[in-house]
Design a protein around this ligand. Structure first.
Ligand SMILES: NC(=O)c1ccc[n+]([C@@H]2O[C@H](COP(=O)([O-])OP(=O)(O)OC[C@H]3O[C@@H](n4cnc5c(N)ncnc54)[C@H](O)[C@@H]3O)[C@@H](O)[C@H]2O)c1
Length: 360
């Protein structure tokens, strides 16, 4: 771990799911954390209250929009490093408002990099990218098995998708995150900015206020615990590798601590093949946790919804010396517990503990 600096670490999107978990970990190391967030995600102000209660003056809060260049520049000035999480996060919103998606995800990331180059050239920039930069893996043949969609290639199914997979941006969100990912890497190459990228699969865990548009593991649990119907877009056989947010914070902190050795690199990040699950398997697991299968209905599949994506995280594991991930069944159970204990956070929806949860 780096010696703790007097300068704050900037976490854009620090009120959000991954950002607030990381801010908590940084402050727990005694670091000052400057959070920059527009509170665009409903309910995230409660994550800020939690952080302030836990860490007091170590948490500095800037409520501002990434598109406000002056506010962004002043937040960057004097910072010890930047974790860039704030984003337009939903594929669905990117389809209906591609201009917003571009301005928040591409133009603001570009301005952030320019400000770092000018104001804090030694501060590492760590960017939260996405597996969507690899598109729908159209060169891969898939088959449906009793555990959901799988690639026909046993090797690919065993290892997952590595960083050698060609980039193939689909949907405005895929394009905007992919363009930002490439700008971040190029600022390391062209200008010597210390920068690295994690291309994440599906992250879940405490403080995730999942909705139908983003954060499906928490969204399924919230609706199931509330006794509400879950809409499955597509056949539910889609497979993703899911990763607990605590493991994900370990990865981000390791990137920060090892930035001199890994600057300029992008790593695929997620739960990996051991934590690859179909949507239907998650619903079955939720059924086991709560004692009854959630109510579901089917709807047409959505643009940009990959049939299968599982990250090969071996490059990250090797470069960052990371421990194996928490098994997904345990993680989902932990999240169910957390949602039960914090039901006031899930946008006012009521969870009747006695009625819904049989075997937590
Ligand atoms: N959660 C995942 O599974 C996942 C997977 C791949 C990539 N990502 C990326 O990780 C990052 C964090 O995702 P998350 O799941 O924590 O999402 P989140 O929505 O919980 O957090 C994003 C935060 O950014 C803030 N924000 C949004 N637009 C903003 C703007 N214009 N200016 C300032 N703040 C703004 C929101 O208020 C929110 O607090 C995002 O960049 C997302 O694209 C997440």
């Amino acid at each position: 771990m780096k010696a703790v600096s007097e300068k704050p670490v900037l976490v854009t999107g620090g009120a959000g799911f991954i950002g607030s978990n990381l801010a908590d970990r940084l402050a727990s190391q005694g670091r000052k954390v400057r959070i920059f967030d527009a509170l665009s995600r409903a309910g995230v102000e409660q994550n800020l209250e939690w952080l302030t209660q836990r860490h007091g003056d170590l948490i500095e809060i800037e409520i501002a929009d990434l598109r406000d260049e002056q506010r962004l520049r002043s937040a960057i000035r004097g910072s010890d490093g930047i974790f860039h999480f704030a984003a337009q996060v939903a594929v669905t919103t990117s389809m209906t408002d591609p201009v917003l998606d571009f301005e928040v995800n591409v133009a603001s990331t570009f301005r952030l990099l320019e400000a770092v180059r000018e104001l804090t050239p030694q501060a590492p920039v760590i960017f939260a990218s996405t597996n969507k930069v690899y598109g729908d893996l159209e060169d891969v043949t898939f088959q449906t098995t009793d555990r959901g969609c799988r690639p026909a290639s046993a090797e690919l199914a065993r290892n997952g998708v590595s960083e050698s997979q060609p980039l193939d941006f689909h949907t405005p969100y895929g394009c905007s995150k992919g363009a930002a990912d490439q700008y971040v890497l190029d600022y390391a190459r062209s200008y010597g900015v210390k920068a690295a990228v994690l291309r994440m699969s599906c992250i879940y865990g405490q403080r995730q206020l999942g909705t139908e548009d983003q954060g499906w593991v928490a969204h399924f649990l919230i609706r199931a615990l509330n006794g509400e119907t879950i809409t499955l877009f597509g056949d539910g056989e889609q497979v993703r590798d899911v990763c607990d947010v605590a493991d994900t914070c370990d990865a981000y902190l390791a990137v920060f601590d090892n930035i001199d050795a890994i600057s300029g690199r992008a790593f695929n990040w997620g739960g990996g093949p051991d934590n690859a699950i179909s949507l239907l398997s998650l619903l079955e697991e939720i059924g086991t946790i709560t004692g009854h299968m959630p109510k579901i209905e089917f709807a047409a599949s959505r643009p940009g919804d990959q049939r299968w994506f599982v990250a090969d995280t071996s490059a990250a594991d090797r470069a960052l010396g990371l421990a194996p991930r928490k098994p997904w069944q345990q993680g989902v159970r932990d999240l169910a517990h957390w949602l039960m204990e914090n039901r006031n956070l899930t946008q006012g929806e009521r969870v009747d503990a006695a009625r819904q949860v049989a075997t937590l």
